[in-house]
Design a binder for this molecule. Structure first.
Ligand code: ZN
Length: 228
């Protein structure tokens, strides 16, 4: 008879094999569902909150320290699997952590093959690991990743084009605004040049100092018009 995954896990998780006598590892909970009290059993309580805990109660197969190490490793292994954290963490595969198997509903796992290990392979092999059933599927990542990336880009393309148009429109609006400001400044400069010209024309030519000053400010006004 093949070893079942859950039998192995049950042994690994049972403190009995670490020489410990435990009582009250899990609790029953009562919740209200559709106005009725519903009891559910077997909710695991964290280590340290068990009702009875007697270390070195009998000779174990492994030490308590080893048991605790195993629990940590199991928790790490479970990270990212069904019911665990869903985010694709770190890996290079595009679809890591977001694909599920159509056949059994489990989350596909990603492994990296090749040398260096960089070629993602998606697979659903939990039924195989757990119950010795045939694997659901295994397939190479690169082509699927590329196809999904293509579709993704195609889906966002219209938005990207729209955003580009919008940016262009805003750019033109800003340009138009700046042109209007320059226009106003130009009008102002022309008016000032006109005043300077009239003052220069009206001044007493015998008063050379004043005449030279007025001529200078007229020239400055004309330069400002040219610059604008
Ligand atoms: Zn499957």
């Amino acid at each position: 008879m093949p070893i079942r995954y859950r039998n192995v896990i049950a042994v690994l998780k049972n403190p009995f094999y670490a020489g410990v006598y435990v009582y009250g590892k899990s609790e029953k909970r009562t919740s209200i569902v559709d106005g009725r009290a519903r009891r559910s059993y077997g909710h695991g309580k964290p280590v340290g909150t068990w009702e009875v805990f007697i270390r070195d109660h009998h000779e174990g197969y492994i030490s308590w320290e080893e048991y605790e190490r195993n629990q940590k490793q199991l928790a790490l292994n479970n990270y990212g699997s069904a019911g665990g954290v869903k985010s694709g963490r770190g890996g290079r595969a595009l679809l890591s952590g977001i694909m599920t198997c159509r056949r059994c509903g489990r989350r596909l796992t990603v492994t990296y093959t090749g040398n260096p290990q960089s070629r993602p392979v998606y697979r659903c092999d939990k039924p195989n690991l757990m119950m010795g059933l045939p694997r659901c599927m295994t397939f190479g990542g690169p082509r699927v990743d590329a196809a999904v990336a293509r579709e993704l880009l195609r889906a966002v393309e219209p938005l990207a084009i729209e955003a580009a148009f919008e940016a262009e429109r805003m750019h033109r609006e800003r340009q138009e605004e700046q042109r209007q400001i320059l226009d106003l400044e130009l009008q102002q400069a022309r008016y000032e040049a006109h005043l300077a010209e009239r003052r220069y024309a009206a001044c007493d030519p015998d008063n050379r100092l004043i005449a030279a000053q007025l001529e200078k400010s007229w020239e400055t006004a004309l330069r400002r018009i040219r610059d604008l």
